[in-house]
Design a protein around this ligand. Structure first.
Ligand SMILES: CC(C)(COP(=O)(O)OP(=O)(O)OC[C@H]1O[C@@H](n2cnc3c(N)ncnc32)[C@H](O)[C@@H]1OP(=O)(O)O)[C@@H](O)C(=O)NCCC(=O)NCCS
Length: 188
């Protein structure tokens, strides 16, 4: 079923939008992206953008900031229960469970934000960082591009399956083959 969230919500062929996802205002969801159960996205000003093949997992809340949009790059995983509020997240990032990213924060590409981190207003995180704590700090530098892109690939394949009503694809040979092909393409 094609959802209609209003005139400024652009769904550019996403892989999966769960029926319980709520999207308001000016929001762009790019090709292959997915919105999982009970996602809420609101954008009364500025805009929210979700990049290609990024997944926004169960119970995530995304809002614009008081002075900033929310821009999420490609191949990102915004995992369960995160709050992203007026922040920018680069390509190939994994935002760990229950993290909060506040207004004006900018997360570089290929980063992992540890579960339950709070990235405070205006914090700038360089590419290839592992970040943890409240307030969050860089605890390690490591290029997480392949691992994070693989997580996004897992969600992309899973999202396409969910869109067809299939909830157990991870156990199927075709899924495993798709993951192997993805890994070869990323590391090739
Ligand atoms: C941050 C993370 C990537 C670290 O993993 P790692 O690279 O294997 O590193 P380690 O487990 O050796 O931990 C490195 C340090 O970070 C600390 N750390 C790990 N997770 C942390 C967290 N959530 N908050 C604060 N500190 C954390 C460890 O205690 C360790 O500290 P030390 O060096 O003083 O001993 C991992 O713990 C994590 O949170 N991943 C995201 C998990 C997640 O939410 N996945 C989504 C599933 S849908």
């Amino acid at each position: 079923m094609k959802r209609d969230f209003g005139p400024q919500v652009v769904l550019e062929n996403p892989a999966f939008i769960h029926d319980t996802a709520l999207v308001y205002g000016k929001v762009h969801v790019a090709e292959g992206a997915s919105l999982w159960p009970y996602v809420v996205i609101r954008s009364e000003m500025f805009e929210v953008r979700i990049g290609k093949r990024s997944n926004v997992q169960d119970f995530v809340m995304i809002h614009v900031g008081s002075g900033s949009p929310t821009i999420i790059g490609e191949n990102c995983s915004i995992t369960h229960h995160c709050t992203i509020h007026g922040a920018e997240i680069g390509d190939n990032c994994l935002i760990g469970i229950n993290s909060t990213i506040m207004d004006g924060a900018k997360i570089g590409a290929n980063c992992i934000i540890a579960g339950h981190s709070i990235v405070t207003e205006g914090t700038v995180i360089p590419d290839n960082s592992i970040v943890a704590g409240a307030p969050a700090k860089v605890i390690k530098s490591r290029d997480n591009r392949v691992a994070n892109a693989m997580n996004a690939a897992f969600y992309y394949e899973n999202a396409k399956a969910y869109a067809m009503g299939e909830h157990r694809i991870a156990e199927q040979a075709a899924f495993k083959a798709a993951m192997e092909a993805e890994l070869a393409a990323l590391t090739g």
